[in-house]
Design a binder for this molecule. Structure first.
Ligand code: PEP
Ligand code: MN
Length: 381
């Protein structure tokens, strides 16, 4: 039985929906009234907003809690908001908020989570814990355990993806293996997917939600706003209550797809490959800079540019390192040959070898005029 089983009264996925932020009483109430009949069980709204950089809208604060109380009274929906410290917890308890959640940035900080757990001692309110912004399942689980140790019996987890290191189509990469690992470690926990913060836009929402349900997650938290395009926070990813109803209707009609698990695995693996490729490009760019600096130094000090023994020694070292790492020696030798040629080509002024901020006197001979052997002798290492 799931720890937050009393949050869900039926076999259907638990749907949590509402705006990223409570902005005005009218916006909160209008959104909640429209959501009431859309299959939503819990109304969400951020009251204190953890913004990445200062200066953006940081939430309406405590006055917004009274708006959530109105939502409870007028719609019968349970209400949820994010807490990040003792004061937030106390304010929520005083205002009878039904469900709390801990945000991704807070989960990453055990001191903050412990503070929240301490503030909740003696109160058994459902608390959902978002995954931390970094891919650390133990940190996620640790936050849940801190709450459980404080006596919270209704804990649950929200999968919202992790901050990408490079470019990504997602705002936060799903890293599906993370919730799946948590599920293996704690099959008893309610696991909810937050496609809004993973997608960062409306277009990717449905696909992520479908994958989550196909992976047997227990529910969805979807940001919903009466006028998404003018939302004060996360405007690009919010959808209207009507769009939510349409999205949910499509999801519930769709049978679980046996291929979805492999699609999710493939998506994780593709992210790893994309990330590795970006790192390779960064490293190559850095290598070109260093080679340029060495070349410049040698020119300034009248040192010979190319040392045959050094190049031979390098190639041998690479080949043996490659074979120790199960890489084909010939492939690595060819690869380094190409890198070497590119350094030479750039040094001869076909392309600037040195990025902005550096300077290197270009050699006067055009590369095509140089025999291949001479190109080699112009190499800089
Ligand atoms: C949110 O749910 O509005 C939020 C701030 O989410 P996260 O902690 O996942 O960034
Ligand atoms: Mn948000």
């Amino acid at each position: 039985m799931k720890s937050v089983s009393n949050l869900s009264t039926h076999a259907q996925p638990l749907i949590i929906a509402g705006p990223c932020s409570a902005e005005t009483e009218e916006q909160v109430l209008a959104t909640a009234h429209q959501l009431k009949d859309a299959g939503v069980s819990i109304f969400r709204a951020g009251i204190w907003k953890p913004r990445t950089r200062p200066g953006s809208f940081e939430g309406v604060g405590t006055p917004g809690l009274a708006w959530l109380q109105r939502v409870q009274r007028e719609t019968g929906l349970r209400v949820a908001t994010e807490v990040a410290n003792t004061i937030h917890v106390q304010q929520c308890l005083q205002h009878g908020i039904d469900v709390l959640w801990i945000g991704a940035r807070t989960t990453a900080n055990p001191f903050a989570v412990q503070e929240i757990a301490d503030a909740l001692k003696g109160v058994d309110i459902p608390v959902l814990v978002k995954n931390p912004v970094n891919p650390d399942v133990q940190l996620w689980l640790g936050a849940i355990e801190r709450l459980e140790k404080a006596g919270i019996s209704q804990t649950g987890a929200i999968h919202r993806g992790i901050s990408p290191l490079g470019k990504s189509v997602y705002r936060n990469n799903p890293e599906w293996n993370m919730p799946m690992t948590l599920k293996e470690l704690r099959p008893d926990l309610m696991l909810i997917n937050d496609p809004s913060h993973i997608a960062g836009n409306r277009e990717l929402l449905a696909g992520i939600a479908e994958t989550a349900l196909a992976l047997h997650m227990d529910g969805l938290m979807i940001e919903t706003h009466i006028q998404p395009e003018v939302a004060w926070s996360d405007a690009a990813q919010q959808i209207s209550p009507q769009a939510l109803a349409e999205l949910l209707a499509k999801l519930s009609g769709r049978p679980l797809d046996a291929d979805t698990k492999s699609a999710a695995d493939l998506s994780d693996m593709r992210h790893s490959i994309d990330y590795i490729d970006e790192q390779l490009i960064d490293l190559l760019s850095y290598r070109m800079q260093v080679a340029a600096e060495i070349g410049q130094y040698k020119m300034q000090h009248g040192l010979p540019v190319f040392q045959e023994e050094r190049w031979t020694e390098l190639l041998e070292k690479h080949a043996s390192l490659a074979s120790s790492k199960n890489l084909n020696e010939e492939f690595i030798t060819q690869l380094f040959d190409r890198i070497h040629q590119e350094s030479v080509r750039r040094q001869h002024g076909v392309l600037p070898l040195i990025p902005a901020g550096y300077s290197l006197q270009a050699t006067t001979t055009a590369p095509e005029a140089l025999p291949a052997a001479q190109c080699q002798t112009r190499a800089i290492f």
